[in-house]
Design a protein around this ligand. Structure first.
Ligand code: NDP
Length: 267
């Protein structure tokens, strides 16, 4: 039983209200990032998509606009730290204070044995998946720290927790494990200054990134069979977690790596 003095009257659904907030989503033009942008827009946030490809950015923005969202986009490669610093200042000035950052931009190089992978392949994955997340958090986190307010969500992976078979993707797995630890490090540093940093770690999700595997019936079946829930995830199922982590509904969470993996890592 909850005693009267501990029960604070609470409107739980209001905690998801993101009206008057600006949310930046890297890799927000398609896949998981686009679903996250859609969820945040439904919460009332104004959206800024960050994409390196103009066509993907325009297509994502058009999808969100058709659903009634206020959406802006910037063509930026997240491996370009100075461009992110400049964009953070410009977005704050032209669109408004950024309260939410979702780092969804990512790439994977799979099916190349570790001993056969080139320096360039290794660097490319680490540069986008790890450095890109750090540069983004640093650029957009600075103003959040000044205001003592903000929520950052990084997109890690179950591949940062376990090694899923049969893929040969050491660079991807290492980059995602590093994203989880980066998330926890920033969370610990920034919690006293009002900024929360959490990660979502998805299982296989149906997006352009996993198309190569999902089109192969044998591989798809293996991925499903390896998952206790017996199925592949959808981008909206990750976006729901991101909406929670970006909103006041998760006000006590920071440094959490939320597995959204259909039970994959239980086996
Ligand atoms: P997609 O490939 O569908 O989307 C990723 C988006 O990020 C693309 O629009 C891509 O554009 C963009 N992007 C890539 N590199 C950069 C860059 N350097 N600068 C700016 N934008 C960039 O992938 P998903 O939606 O599946 O993945 C989103 C995130 O979720 C990634 O971090 C991924 O690692 C993670 N994830 C995905 C899982 C899955 O099963 N799909 C499982 C676990 C985690 P471009 O086409 O130009 O590369």
């Amino acid at each position: 039983m909850i005693s009267e003095d501990t029960l604070v009257p609470t409107n739980y659904l209001e905690k998801y209200d993101l009206r008057n907030k600006v949310a930046v989503v890297t890799g927000g033009g398609r896949g998981i990032g686009l679903a996250c942008a859609e969820a945040l827009a439904q919460g009332g946030a104004r959206i800024v998509l960050v994409e390196r490809d103009e066509e993907i950015a325009r297509a994502g923005a058009a999808t969100l606009e058709a659903a009634g969202a206020e959406v802006h986009w910037r063509r930026i490669d997240v491996t370009d730290a100075p461009a992110l610093e400049e964009a953070a200042i410009a977005i704050e000035r032209e669109i408004g204070p950024v309260d939410v950052l979702v780092c969804a931009a990512g790439i994977a190089i799979s099916g190349i044995a570790a001993e056969d992978s080139t320096d360039a392949q290794w660097r490319q994955v680490i540069d986008v998946n790890l450095n890109g997340v750090f540069w983004s958090c640093r650029a957009f986190g600075r103003a959040m720290l000044e205001r003592r307010r903000g929520a950052i969500v990084t997109v890690g992976s179950m591949s940062g927790v376990i090694v899923n078979r049969p893929q040969e993707q050491a660079s991807y797995n290492a980059s995602k494990a590093a994203v989880h630890q980066l998330t926890r490090s920033l969370a610990a540093e920034w919690a006293p200054r009002g900024v929360r940093v959490n990660a979502v770690a998805p299982t296989y999700i149906e997006t352009p990134m996993t198309r190569y595997g999902l089109q192969d019936p044998a591989l798809r079946k293996q991925w499903e069979d390896d998952t206790p829930m017996g199925r592949i995830g959808r981008a909206d199922e990750i976006a729901s977690v991101v909406l929670f982590l970006a909103s006041e509904a998760s006000s006590l969470l920071t440094g959490s790596v939320v597995l959204a993996d259909g039970g994959y890592t239980c086996w």
